[in-house]
Design a protein around this ligand. Structure first.
Ligand code: PMV
Length: 328
């Protein structure tokens, strides 16, 4: 039996940063994201004939086997599936993504969400969207949001078992058809500190971490109102300040973590200049140097024209709000 599934990465407008439970991937704060339709990960899932899981990454011309730490992360997740659903099976996974890995776009989110819906199908589990989100969360936290389409809210939950920590669509993808995310990639090198480790360092050592959950929840409330009004100025400004607060935690931890580079900062200055020309464009950034610009369709041409002046931008992708994970 072969099952195919597809999913999109998501971009957090309000960031998830810090786990209250590292085993169950339970966050300190609720977060909110938008599904990015320009990027996708496709999964082909079957049962392995060997006595172990086999994981492959399909690139344009070749297929390579995933080993080491990356394989461990996936096997850890498959072990949870085997234990929770009492299935004594091994899997063969072939994954293909249309975007570079480790360049600041959460490939783990689209991977684990596509894998979760594929597992649901191949094992006949009949999980609801909420249950799928809870399952996917245990592969990578932010992947629980990629189960759903449009603008997605991940409820942090209160319970120790994580059964109330799940994502759901807050506004469907067609709610704000003109919303655009312009992703700028400056380098294709993998980031040095994975978000999993970065979060752990911040939780343990940043003197400001205790202020973060409350502040992020306040940003979240205002962000929801901004999205309800489809007001790019409100949404953009809150996204910027929320991302910068997350990076302030990184800078104030021990050792300090710099995810951004001089290119990121140069581009932020440039974004402010664009705003002086009445182009409504804002930014957010995750655990990498890439910047995601937030704007609307009517400003897109001008933005792309301005950015074309900057030689250090290696790749540009434009996304609309996308769908959630689904079986193909
Ligand atoms: O779920 P992870 O381990 O990929 O962490 C995601 C962390 C950020 O992308 C920086 C923020 C977020 O909410 O997606």
């Amino acid at each position: 039996m072969l099952v195919k599934a597809v999913s999109h990465p998501n971009l957090a407008l309000i960031k998830y940063w810090g786990k209250r439970d590292e085993k169950l991937f339970l966050p300190y704060n609720s977060s909110l994201s938008v599904s990015l339709d320009a990027f996708f990960t496709k999964i082909e899932l079957s049962f392995s004939s060997k006595n172990e899981d086999e994981i492959f990454l399909k690139e344009t011309k070749k297929i390579k086997s995933i080993l080491g730490k990356k394989k461990e992360k996936v096997v850890r997740f498959l072990d949870i599936v085997r234990k929770n659903f009492q299935k004594n099976v091994y899997f063969k996974i072939i994954s293909f993504s249309n975007f570079p890995q480790g360049a600041g776009i959460a490939s783990s989110a689209s991977f684990f969400s596509a894998l979760s819906v594929a597992i649901n199908k191949i094992l006949n589990l009949n999980l609801s969207q909420k249950e799928l989100s809870i399952l996917s969360r245990q592969g990578s936290g932010s992947s629980c949001r990629s189960i759903c389409g449009g603008f997605v809210l991940w409820h942090k939950g209160e319970r120790k078992d994580g059964k109330d920590s799940f994502a759901e669509t807050l506004f469907p993808k067609d709610w704000w058809k003109d919303f655009r995310v312009i992703t700028l990639i400056f380098s294709l090198k993998e980031k040095k500190i994975p978000s999993r480790e970065g979060m752990r360092i911040c939780v343990r050592t940043s003197p400001f971490f205790r202020l973060w959950p409350k502040s992020a929840e306040k940003d979240l409330k205002e962000m929801i109102e901004g999205l309800r009004k489809k007001d790019i100025e409100i949404v953009g400004k809150i996204a910027e300040r929320n991302a910068l607060k997350m990076h302030a935690l990184c800078l104030s931890s021990n050792p300090p973590i710099f995810y951004f580079s001089s290119k990121t900062l140069k581009m932020i200055e440039f974004i402010k200049k664009m705003r002086e020309k009445n182009i409504k464009v804002y930014f957010t950034l995750d655990a990498g140097e890439s910047l995601h610009l937030l704007s609307e369709k009517k400003f897109l041409k001008k933005i792309l024209n301005e950015i074309s002046k900057k030689r250090f931008v290696k790749k540009i992708f434009v996304s609309k709000p996308g769908e959630g994970a689904k079986i193909l």
